[in-house]
Design a binder for this molecule. Structure first.
Ligand code: GLN
Length: 537
């Protein structure tokens, strides 16, 4: 078998350049050329994983099938490609140091002083190679988090520099994503920041072969020539990546127009036919010219931040694509509902979604939103905490269980309809200790959820500690609370829905992690369909 090739994606000038999107889009193009691709992210921070980080600072925690809690860029990778990702595809400096220190304690370094070079860099290289070795792939795209010049990124850059040296130019490729800013008052595009960040890379021995230039204005031939000359790359290696107009799913097509994939294949001696993007282009056409439109409220507490519910927003969009509809997402702060009431915030929306979350803040507002959806017959989709919320609401207001709650928020509640199961009770340590990752769920025949999935058993991803309390099953079922999905042993409630409602479904798992733009998740497809129906009624 041919050797696995590695593409290293670095970022320059500023963060939030969309490096992850660029890497994922290149993945789409290479996959549609018939190559087997895997993407990995290397985050230079010292957390072992982002599982314990605040979504306000870090954005959503994306969960893989094997239960790894990862950076949200892994979500892009899975939405843009079909490559299977595991824990190995998401590495942090924290993990590297943890391993190196563990090796040291076990005497594996035979009494040598333990140093960044070679011990840390060797461990980094081992982790990167592991991705190419675990399942055979043609190309591994390695995105390196952070910005060139960050102190904490230095060991990673040194490690990939060494890989480039060891494997050679035909087997490795350095792609630098950089910012080419437009200075409005001067009416000019500036190349100096790009020159400087490339110079920074050269200082540590990395010569980027491809420059992907993020820009809000088209980059003229003159400017391209200048960048090429000063950054030491051929002119055709200056790739323009403009801000997208309607959808992030335009990026692969945009980069294809710039011949990025062709260049990459040429540099890596990959003789494969051009990317077949007809299906992808057809999907884009549907995004650009939708027949319908619909308004969906997302009621959460990290509403001000674009990235905190990334996969949820994407999955809603996918539901729209599947229904030929443009979805306007109305972000509603749960605490505002507490102050102003649900009616004021939610009147006029066609669907209500309550996503996952932790902690007390905004809980009563979310409960009011669920009540509003139930009483006004507005389609409701609850995700993880959104299911627990719906359960609490139904227990309180339909079953008359006064002060019903989750023990997460009210340990002394008289009706703990959501509580910890035995295994979770003794866990004190944070980090990877929740119920995590893909697990089977058996769907109840005759339910709406089962009809949407069109399957008997499905596999969905979890990230939570609390569960539906089985002591309340009968009491609630009597009132029309349907257990639409259970673990195969029947022990845990995975999906609930309501009988007397056009669409009220909530899951203990996170369906948003498995939705793709051309393959919307069934629950999101059904939710948007129901919202459209309500709108036209
Ligand atoms: N806080 C809840 C739990 O731990 C819900 C978690 C979530 O929504 N991801 O069970």
């Amino acid at each position: 078998m041919a050797r696995t090739k590695y593409i290293f994606v670095t970022g320059g000038v500023v963060s939030s350049l969309g490096k992850g999107l660029t890497a994922a889009s290149l993945g789409t193009l290479l996959e549609n050329r018939g190559l087997r691709v895997s993407l990995m992210k290397f985050d230079p921070y010292l957390n072992v994983d982002p599982g314990t980080m605040n979504p306000f600072q870090h954005g959503e925690v994306y969960v893989l099938d094997d239960g790894a809690e990862t950076d949200l860029d892994l979500g892009h990778y899975e939405r843009f490609t079909d490559g299977k990702l595991t824990r190995a595809n998401s590495v942090t400096s924290g993990q590297i140091y943890q391993q190196v220190l563990e090796n040291e304690r076990q005497g594996k370094y035979l009494g040598q002083p333990v140093q960044v070079i070679p011990h840390v860099t060797d461990e980094i290289k081992r982790r990167i190679r592991q991705v190419g070795e675990q399942t055979p792939v043609d190309v591994v795209i390695v995105e390196i988090g952070g910005t060139t010049g960050d102190i904490e990124g230095l060991p990673v850059l040194e490690a990939v520099r060494q890989m480039g040296q060891e494997m050679g130019a035909g087997n490795t490729l350095f792609l630098h994503v950089t910012l080419v800013p437009y200075i409005r008052v001067a009416g000019e595009i500036k190349t100096k920041p790009t020159q400087q960040s490339v110079a920074k890379l050269r200082e540590i021995g990395i010569m980027p072969r491809v420059l992907v230039c993020r820009s809000e204005k088209p980059i003229s031939q003159d400017v391209r020539r200048k960048i090429a000359l000063y950054c030491n790359v051929p002119e055709d290696a200056v790739i323009e990546e403009l801000d997208v107009q309607t959808s992030i799913y335009e990026v692969p097509v945009m980069l294809q127009r710039e011949s990025l994939d062709e260049l990459v294949c040429r540099c890596l001696h990959l003789g494969v036919p051009p990317a077949r993007m007809t299906d992808w282009a057809a999907m884009l056409e549907r995004i650009r010219r939708p027949t319908h439109s619909v308004r969906i409220a997302v009621v959460g507490k990290y509403i001000g931040l674009q990235d905190a519910y990334k996969s949820v927003y994407e999955a809603i969009t996918h539901g729209g694509i599947a229904n030929d509809a443009r979805v306007e997402i109305v972000r509603v702060d749960a605490e505002t509902i507490e102050k102003q009431g649900a009616e004021r915030q939610l009147a006029g929306v066609d669907g209500i979604l309550v996503p996952g979350g932790f902690g007390n803040r905004g809980i009563e507002g979310k409960i009011q939103a669920a009540r509003f959806a139930r009483e006004k017959q507005v389609p409701y989709l609850g995700l993880c905490l959104g299911m627990q919320i719906a359960t609490i609401e139904f227990a309180r207001n339909v079953c008359g269980l006064k002060d019903a709650h989750s023990t997460e928020f009210e340990p002394k509640t008289p009706h703990p309809v959501i509580c910890l199961i035995e295994e979770q009770k003794n866990i004190k340590r944070l980090g990877g200790t929740m119920r995590l990752g893909g697990q089977p769920c058996k769907l109840t025949p005759g339910t709406r959820a089962q009809a949407l999935y069109g399957a008997e058993t499905v596999r969905e991803r979890h990230r939570h500690r609390y569960e539906f309390n089985n002591d309340y099953r009968e009491r609630m079922q009597r009132e029309g609370f349907v257990l639409a999905g259970l673990t195969p042993d029947g022990e845990l409630v995975e999906i609930i829905e309501l009988e007397k409602h056009p669409f009220f479904i909530a899951s203990q798992f996170h369906p948003e992690f498995q939705s793709k733009p051309h393959r919307a998740h069934p629950l999101f497809r059904g939710f948007i369909e129901a919202a459209l129906k309500r709108k036209s009624a």
